[in-house]
Design a protein around this ligand. Structure first.
Ligand SMILES: NC(=O)c1ccc[n+]([C@@H]2O[C@H](COP(=O)([O-])OP(=O)(O)OC[C@H]3O[C@@H](n4cnc5c(N)ncnc54)[C@H](O)[C@@H]3O)[C@@H](O)[C@H]2O)c1
Length: 386
């Protein structure tokens, strides 16, 4: 019996109630009713979206929270009935045992903290980006494999029913030969933390990352990239540091070549007047457009919170709105989905190599801006996704 057959056999026995535990491909010992023990590091803004979702998941046991601002960890622990609150990752890793670390810290901290947790044999769900550079991210993925744990990174855009609809329509040739695509995302920038504007921050890893994941997910890995970036607002006032100098780009234009003649464009920035605000409330316009020789597809709403697809084809020139059911998808469900996958021993649609490919694109855009050149990419990911 090979490993796969063993896993399938164990799963069948478990379902039949013949044996309780089985070992997942991720190396965890599972019981059918066992929950994944989850620790959250970083109890700032986005944790206010993640923690409610995680706390409602039947596959999650919230074990610990951690923040260097320990009062934030304590508040989160009190609010979501989490038994342990820690002020430092060392204490978290040495404390109550857990399976999955959910990393919601400053972008610049992700690589270092993810590495430390992998070395302690924890699975990782990381907010974007998984690491500060593609090379660092690839090394993390290799280290995770070596340590028999898994790592995944936000965003979770490929999980939306609208993404699935568009991916299927494209794959089935519904819009003919695909030629071009455009995506955009911007607002006036976060006001609470400086890291968004410091070295290692920027609108590309914070905002463009969604569009880059969506377009590469729909059209395939990019072969090469050209980009321009700039800083529109050189100084900002932020809650945690007052007046700061903006170092990372806050305005970006990206051109991608996906091969087979398919070209796409992403624009993002922290200087976009946006009546929908940071929460995107009420955004009902297309943000992703794909054009082919027989039709076009427009994703309605932001790609992290879509609620329809406008589809026009030769047969139906004026178009029709489809895929209006959002199902259980919400952008903040990434860590819960990963916990469920670990508990149920399923492979999630979100893929670490895809997140790394997007990270390589972001680096390439900056390199293109610095050199004025088109940058060839080396990474790829399993495609098609749906
Ligand atoms: N805020 C949002 O709506 C949002 C949405 C999607 C994704 N994100 C992503 O989530 C991440 C966090 O963003 P945020 O807006 O919550 O930032 P934030 O500043 O509100 O929160 C970050 C928290 O991490 C803590 N922290 C920093 N370094 C740490 C360390 N070494 N150990 C423990 N704790 C540490 C900080 O003290 C802070 O409480 C970023 O990657 C961001 O791009 C944010």
């Amino acid at each position: 019996m090979n490993r796969q057959e063993f896993l399938e056999h164990s799963a069948r026995l478990a379902v039949a109630g013949i044996v309780a535990p089985f070992i997942s491909s991720a190396g965890i010992l599972h019981q059918p009713d066992k929950k994944i023990k989850v620790a959250v590091i970083g109890c700032g803004s986005v944790s206010g979206m993640y923690l409610p979702h995680l706390s409602k998941s039947p596959h999650v046991e919230l074990v610990s929270v951690c923040d260097i601002r320990v009062e934030r960890a304590q508040q989160a622990a009190d609010k979501y009935h989490v038994p342990n609150a820690y002020p430092h990752i060392d204490k978290l890793l040495a404390g109550a045992p857990f399976d999955l670390l959910v990393n919601l810290t400053d972008m610049q901290e992700h690589g270092r903290l993810n590495r430390q947790a992998i070395l302690s044999r924890k699975h990782i769900w990381s907010e974007k980006p998984m690491a500060n550079t593609y090379a660092e991210g690839k090394a993390l993925l290799d280290l995770a494999t070596k340590n028999n744990v898994r790592i995944w990174g936000a965003p979770a855009v490929v999980n939306s029913p609208q993404f699935a609809y568009m991916a299927t329509a494209i794959r089935q040739g519904k819009i003919g030969k695909v030629a071009a695509a455009h995506a955009h995302y911007g607002h006036l920038g976060p006001t609470w933390s400086a890291f968004f504007y410091e070295q290692g921050g920027g609108s590309l890893p914070d905002l463009g990352v969604y569009n880059l994941a969506t377009l590469t997910g729909l059209l395939g890995p990019a072969k090469s990239v050209m980009g321009m970036t700039s800083i529109v607002t050189p100084e900002r006032n932020v809650d945690n540091k007052g007046k700061i100098k903006v170092v990372a780009e806050d305005n970006a234009m990206v051109l991608m070549d996906h091969g087979n003649g398919v070209l796409s464009h992403v624009q993002c920035g922290f200087n976009y007047f946006d009546p929908y605000g940071h929460e995107g409330q009420g955004q009902d316009k297309p943000t992703i457009s794909i054009w082919g020789t027989r039709g076009s597809l427009q994703l309605i709403g932001y790609d992290w919170a879509p609620f329809g697809v406008d589809e026009a084809t030769l047969e139906q020139e004026h178009g029709v709105r489809v895929a209006t059911d959002t199902g259980s998808y919400v952008w903040e469900h990434g860590a819960s989905v990963i916990a469920e996958s670990l508990a149920m021993n399923n492979e999630p649609r979100i893929n670490a190599e895809h997140a790394l490919h997007v990270l390589e694109i972001i680096e390439a855009v900056r390199q293109s801006q610095a050199t004025g050149k088109r940058i060839m990419l080396k990474s790829t990911f399993p495609y098609p996704i749906v």
